[in-house]
Design a protein around this ligand. Structure first.
Ligand code: ATP
Length: 328
């Protein structure tokens, strides 16, 4: 027997490709299980503004291939206050909602956990949706695979022109606290150096590395800089290096928001479908204050408490070492 009868779903924080397949999966799994479903627009902002609408199986037709999120997303300051949470709670009660699926990153989960502790009669389930791949409890988060593929496609094109002109390119990719995209893209594109927030890189060492590349007859060099690297952004680093590196013409590209867009990859469509399905089934079983994730290709539930407490940025030393060796 279902312990819940009406479920709400929202997307919050940064958008990520794969959110739409996940919304589709949540809606259809709920309907299959005779639950009513409402969609909430613009994350916690819509929850506070009572911007909700009934969803049906056809509400999510033909969205598997769409980037972004049909529910829209927002960063919502009022939800951080007790007053904002109370309004959100009253709006959910008015709608008869007794379970909430939140798709987002660690900020979204922090809000969901606080909310659920205050109002335990509304069950909450988190789905990791962020291109940063930085959540404990899931090897992959929604959007990371698509974003990495988008970055790789862009860098491949830059490599063509870099090679034609004997240029050194600094390419800045997203990742304020997480070097996950930078590292995967660096391995995939054969970057000569990868600068990550998790590891301090001395500019002198970088210059030495680039000079070695030049001595080894490299006709172009690519340095990938995650936006959170401690040396500053790609422009700052390029300026420091340019003074010392005379043999290359130095250029900078900031990939920016194109990394968030685009049709979700097969991986993100399947991940979104699996996580959405698992989230609803866990709520039906009576679970709450959990996050659904994928570990070793199996669905795993982690408490939101643990997911947030264990949330720290670890350098994947083995991948970094391999990337350095393979780029000689
Ligand atoms: P991304 O990883 O893509 O940035 P995120 O979920 O971490 O996604 P945030 O902007 O940090 O994105 O958080 C999303 C929303 O969660 C915030 O706009 C806010 O409404 C809510 N939130 C974040 N922290 C808290 C908190 N301490 N208390 C209540 N709500 C919070």
């Amino acid at each position: 027997m279902n312990k819940i009868s009406k479920l709400a779903v929202l997307t919050s924080g940064g958008d990520a490709p794969g959110m739409n397949p996940c919304i589709r999966s949540v809606v259809r799994t709920a309907i299959y299980n005779n639950l009513n479903v409402v969609g909430i627009r613009r994350g916690y902002q819509g929850l506070i503004e009572d911007d909700m609408f009934d969803m049906h199986a056809r509400s999510v037709s033909n969205i598997l291939n769409l980037g972004g999120t049909i529910l829209k997303t927002a960063r919502c300051l009022p939800f951080r206050t007790d007053e904002g949470m109370e309004i959100a709670y009253q709006n959910l009660k008015k709608q008869g909602v007794d379970a909430l699926v939140v798709i987002g990153g660690d900020g979204t989960f922090t809000g969901a956990l606080r909310f659920s502790k205050k109002y335990p009669d509304i069950a909450v389930m988190g789905v990791p949706g962020t291109i940063d791949n930085d959540l404990y409890g899931s090897t992959y988060t929604l959007g990371f695979d698509t974003a990495t593929n988008t970055v790789i496609e862009a860098i491949d094109k830059i490599r063509d022109t870099a090679d034609a002109h004997d240029r050194l390119f600094f390419i800045e990719v997203m990742g304020r606290d997480s070097g996950a995209i930078a590292l995967r893209a660096g391995i995939s594109c054969g970057a000569e150096a990868i600068l990550l927030p998790e590891k301090a890189t001395a500019i002198d060492d970088l210059i030495k590395n680039l000079k070695t590349g030049e001595n080894n007859k490299k006709s172009s060099s690519i340095v990938i800089v995650a936006e959170g690297d401690k040396n500053g952004g790609a422009y700052d680093i390029a300026q420091k290096v340019q003074k010392e590196v005379k043999f290359y013409d130095v250029k900078v590209t900031i990939l920016g928001h194109l990394q968030r867009g685009g049709s979700p990859s097969a991986f993100d469509r399947i991940l979104g479908s699996r996580l959405g399905y698992a989230a609803v089934n866990a709520l039906i079983k009576g679970e709450s204050q959990m996050m659904v994730g994928l570990e070793a290709n199996h669905i795993k539930l982690t408490t939101l408490e643990e997911a947030l407490n264990q949330h720290e940025f670890k350098l994947e030393e083995d991948l970094m070492e391999m990337a350095e060796i393979l780029s000689i």
